[in-house]
Design a protein around this ligand. Sequence first.
Ligand SMILES: Nc1nc2c(c(=O)[nH]1)N[C@H]1C(S)=C(S)[C@@H](COP(=O)(O)OP(=O)(O)OC[C@H]3O[C@@H](n4cnc5c(=O)[nH]c(N)nc54)[C@H](O)[C@@H]3O)O[C@H]1N2
Ligand SMILES: Nc1nc2c(c(=O)[nH]1)N[C@H]1C(S)=C(S)[C@@H](COP(=O)(O)OP(=O)(O)OC[C@H]3O[C@@H](n4cnc5c(=O)[nH]c(N)nc54)[C@H](O)[C@@H]3O)O[C@H]1N2
Ligand code: SF4
Ligand SMILES: [Mo]
Length: 793
Amino acid sequence: MATDATADRSDTGEQSHFRICPLCEACCGLEIRTRETPRGRAIVSIRGEARDPFSGGYLCPKGVALKDLHEDPDRLRQPMRRRADRSGFDPISWEDAFAEVAARLPALRERHGNDAVALTIGNPASHKIGLFSYFPHLARALGTRNLFSASTLDQMPKQLACGLMYGHWLSVPVPDLPRTDLLIVLGANPMVSNGSMWTNPDYRGKAKALRARGGRIVVIDPRRSETAQAADEHLAIRPGGDVFLLLGLLHTLFDEDLVKLGKLADHVDGLDALRAAAADFPPERCAAHCGIPADAQRRLAREFATTERAVLYGRIGTCTQRFGSINSWLIDALNILTGHFDVEGGLMFPKAAAFAANTLGRPGQGKGVSTGRRHSRVSRAPEVMGELPISCLAEEIETPGEGQVQALITIACNPVLSSPNGERLARALDSLDFMLSLDPYINETSRHADLILPPPSPLEDWHYDMVFAQLSWRNHARWSGAVMPTGSSIAGKRDEHGDPVDPRDPDQRGGDERTVSPAPHPEWRTLLRLAAILNGLPHDADLQPVDDAALMAELKRQAGDRAEALFAMLDGDEGPARWLDLGLRAGPYGDGFGARPDGLSLKKVQAAPHGIDLGELQPRVPELLRTASGRIELAPPPLLEDLAHAEAALRLPPGDELLLIGRRETRSNNSWMHNLPVLAKGRERCTLLVHPDDAARAGVADGEPARLSNARGSLIAQISISADMRPGVVSLPHGWGHDLAGSRLGVAAQHPGVNMNRLLDEEARDPVSGTSILSGIPVRLSAATPAPGAAPH
Ligand SMILES: Nc1nc2c(c(=O)[nH]1)N[C@H]1C(S)=C(S)[C@@H](COP(=O)(O)OP(=O)(O)OC[C@H]3O[C@@H](n4cnc5c(=O)[nH]c(N)nc54)[C@H](O)[C@@H]3O)O[C@H]1N2
Ligand SMILES: Nc1nc2c(c(=O)[nH]1)N[C@H]1C(S)=C(S)[C@@H](COP(=O)(O)OP(=O)(O)OC[C@H]3O[C@@H](n4cnc5c(=O)[nH]c(N)nc54)[C@H](O)[C@@H]3O)O[C@H]1N2
Ligand code: SF4
Ligand SMILES: [Mo]
């Protein structure tokens, strides 16, 4: 796909390229300037693009790091095969790599059955149209029940709650921040994370504007986070206490007659069941467990209910808990009951230009979602959204019997660091018959693979955002052309043939000689190739007919007899581009293949270098609903049932252990960007934040190493004393621990940090969504070398 929105800057000899950043959910529009040099195109600068209607010039330091990612000598440029003696990897050609897959994988599946091959997919896949749109081809070809993703370390509770309430997994409402007067943030830190399940670049700017117009922000978090520091009020909740706070608020709404459904009155089911459920949870009963006094709960409920334009937003801190699904449900229910839903300034539903299931099919009614259609083999964990909990992966590999996992394909994920008890998983990976990783790095997970197939650099690839346009603060459509020519790698460092070379000394390169492939393989093609191999085609079969057939099948499903005619009309020369043209033209703003000539198409979106603004969010109930009842389900049975467990938890004393929570750092992104020099430089980021009282009690000092331990294990972390912590709570970021042998992450290895997930129990989950409990973990803190006189904690 050569199209590339480029403006010449003849005055400087530079060119500007406009591209959305593929690194986090904010999807900022970037201006990337390049210059042609005798040795190829070089990246000159990366800035926020002020003319982007969606992000208005915002960016964070990670956007700038795209240059380092493009040029990272550790980033793989061609397939790697692990040596038989496991001493490292050697580069091989794409042809040989696929031939090896063809020789091993189908036979293994034949021998052990479909479920013997597991598939896991991670966070970056949602930022890559090639991965996201062609992943289903591979999943279908495999036909395995052992499908796992990072969703069960993250947002599955929210998707489950939304699925049950509104009828589709991706019908997730987002705060209408520009038009609200009161924002309550629960368990999220958008100042640093830049928003999640809420694509909202420049939270900082919008929050500032809210306060400038007289509005208020309240943040509820065990830590006085960066978002809390930029708010009007901070309530330091007990980790894991959100369910009790939310129930206390819900109770208050009914108790004090504050419920006001407004225009939604005719569109909800289950109000009486919700009222009955809330009766058991007066704030006075919930206070000790959530750590927020009853009068503060009642005051908050009143303020929320009586502020005309207000919104309550909750994210990962509320999801990765035992009651994550209930939390996600109650957050939306509270917005609905107070008239802050589907209205300006409240929670609203985006309407994406392409691929949104809630714009397809019959408006206002559907089949709803179902879960638990099958269960994992070992722990009997229910399937949710077609997946099993990723925390079940290790036991599915280890436990013999029918359906045991013998082979694994990992796609854009690093579960050895990102999931609880990655050490166990790492051991299990070494027992597999075959492992294949689609990944740009030899990292903690892919080092176990037999074969690693790398993606192109994001700057060599075109993109259109399939996922986050469905979660955006404003509707829009933006095309990102490729910025760098295919095969450009380490700008400025090239050998006498013009080929990019590794700028580091040979002895720094970890021993393996590397060659640079001139033609990276787009990931959609890699996935389609793997699917074709699994469907019995030769490893070098022509993929065009395979791609055509899949597209035609989809067209027949959507358009019946008109499929052939529409197929001929589709633009885009290959792969996801044609699917995108179909998505846009058949979508809610589309040209309907000529029926609405002013509507969107791939060509039209490609021709708008700064993107197309599709306006503020609009009310969408009941049109968006896809529940069987055609109404919002306020009291979905699986969630209502789990309330009995919350009630039981309330009868136990709250406990007084020190609790570990996580956090995110601006210059870090989960586990995989610690190898980029521009982000890695500066102070140590993987530090344990400890309240001064807890530090004194444990006898640990600022800047010193200390031991954090529990029944699962122990680690040594550097202490950073912080009065921003709620006493009794410590905070450590996740995604660190880059000291495992066999990875090739030269920069990250110099600041390895520690892996907090070593202290987590892989069997601890929210049973309703299968999501791991990542927050509120009981731990002990002590001096690394006990100091004389320090009291043990
Ligand atoms: N810089 C940076 N940005 C990122 C990422 C990154 O790694 N680095 N990761 C990206 C990803 S994958 C995601 S999913 C998003 C997540 O984005 P957010 O949901 O905003 O996540 P966090 O920034 O981790 O903020 C979670 C907050 O919850 C608080 N918390 C912890 N436990 C509890 C609890 O029990 N109750 C309550 N109420 N609060 C609690 C923490 O103190 C923290 O401030 O961020 C994305 N953006
Ligand atoms: N304790 C604790 N653990 C957590 C969290 C937490 O808050 N606390 N957060 C959880 C959350 S929200 C998430 S989303 C998960 C993330 O969990 P994962 O998705 O497993 O982890 P990432 O660190 O995002 O790793 C992404 C992988 O994709 C690779 N990659 C990057 N770009 C590409 C690409 O273009 N193509 C391919 N094929 N691969 C690519 C990287 O090299 C890396 O191996 O971590 C979870 N783990
Ligand atoms: S906030 Fe940073 S990482 Fe996220 S999209 Fe914007 S520039 Fe990229
Ligand atoms: Mo995430």
